[in-house]
Design a protein around this ligand. Structure first.
Ligand SMILES: Nc1nc2c(c(=O)[nH]1)N[C@H]1C(S)=C(S)[C@@H](COP(=O)(O)O)O[C@H]1N2
Ligand SMILES: [Mo]
Length: 322
């Protein structure tokens, strides 16, 4: 990992919520019972350590900066963004770069289905010819209380929604990450509800902030960052921004998300950033800025209240901030 160990020691040891669910012991313990045959070696953890190096990023079509979305504050170094990652399909640490290189991201087909008038399937390369690519600099706030500032290239999720033309009964958009245990070793761990699932209300999905990224720092997304297509919802905790998406489904029923299913007392459907609502195990009032390790105050909706606060009027009885 870039920058050596020292910088991450405190944060990762104390606030990685996923340690609760993803410790090696938990993995091998498998619902408390014995797990004959399932070992770390059996999951391919030994093999991924020697997988090939990171591929050079593919070229990305030109995208003009959208001046309305330029988060203030120091931009995170590209090397930090591409080397300090959460992508549990490939491992439980922040250091999953090499393991993620096993993912084959081209060609990549996505399915758009469910309650819509125009369901479709399309290769991401073809999709990119139908949308307006732009660059937006967004803050990213992980529920583990660290943050980055990232220049994404992509397009509004609303564009994809519009192509599908959802029916009146569609209230939610469910999104699903690829599922291939041969490629992603942790997907062989049966006690986790793979594939990774996330969801938004249709109002959230069509809010102008909701973004589908295909690149960052002017290049195609690296595999460890969720190539070739990932969600970016900057007003929500980072776990909502699901990586390497393959399926978008319109539904009347609220989807149960991956983290909700694993830890319903700690993670919910909404996951809006709020410094005033603590995680059960740590405060959310501050965040550690990746790069200079500065401890800075967290802002309501991660600084995007003006754009999104209105989405939640009338929903005060919901657990909006976990
Ligand atoms: N499929 C998938 N998407 C995921 C995750 C994951 O484990 N699997 N981790 C989430 C979390 S917790 C965060 S903070 C961000 C991290 O994105 P980055 O590594 O590109 O900075 O991705 C999110 N998307
Ligand atoms: Mo996260």
């Amino acid at each position: 990992m870039a920058g050596g160990k020292k910088r991450w020691t405190i944060g990762e040891a104390e606030t990685t919520p996923e340690k609760l669910f993803f410790s090696r012991r938990a993995l091998l313990g498998l619902r408390g019972g014995a797990a004959p045959g399932l070992t770390v070696a059996g999951l391919g953890l030994d093999r991924i350590a020697s997988t090939q190096a990171e591929e050079p990023a593919a070229p990305l079509p030109a995208a003009s900066p959208n001046g309305r979305f330029r988060a203030a504050g120091p931009m995170t170094a590209a090397e930090d963004f591409t080397s300090y990652n959460n992508f549990y399909e490939f491992g439980f640490s922040k250091d999953i770069v090499r393991a993620a290189q096993r993912l084959k991201t081209s060609p990549w087909r996505i399915v758009v289905d469910g309650a819509c008038d125009h369901p479709f399937e399309i290769d991401v390369d073809d999709l990119l010819e139908k949308v307006a690519l732009e660059e937006r600099i967004y803050r990213q706030r992980c529920v583990e209380a660290w943050s980055m500032v990232i220049p994404w290239t992509g397009f509004q999720l609303a564009e994809l929604v519009k192509m599908a033309s959802p029916k009146a009964e569609a209230k939610y958009l469910r999104m699903e990450t690829f599922h291939d245990p041969k490629v992603a070793p942790m997907q062989s761990a049966p006690q986790y509800p793979w594939p990774y699932v996330e969801g938004l209300t249709l109002a959230e999905a069509t809010n102008e902030l909701a973004f589908l990224a295909v690149g960052a720092y002017g290049k195609s997304l690296a595999k460890q960052n969720g190539a070739p297509l990932r969600l970016v919802t900057p007003w929500k905790y980072g776990f909502k921004s699901a990586k390497s998406l393959t399926r978008f489904t319109f539904t009347a029923k609220r989807p149960v998300t991956f983290w909700q299913e694993l830890g319903p007392r700690e993670y919910g459907f909404w996951a809006n950033v709020n410094p005033g609502v603590a995680h059960p195990r740590w405060t959310q009032a501050y965040e550690r800025r990746i790069g200079d390790d500065e401890r800075v105050p967290t802002r309501l909706f991660n600084g995007y209240a003006e754009e999104v606060a209105g989405l939640y009027t009338g929903l005060e009885s919901e657990k909006l901030y976990m």
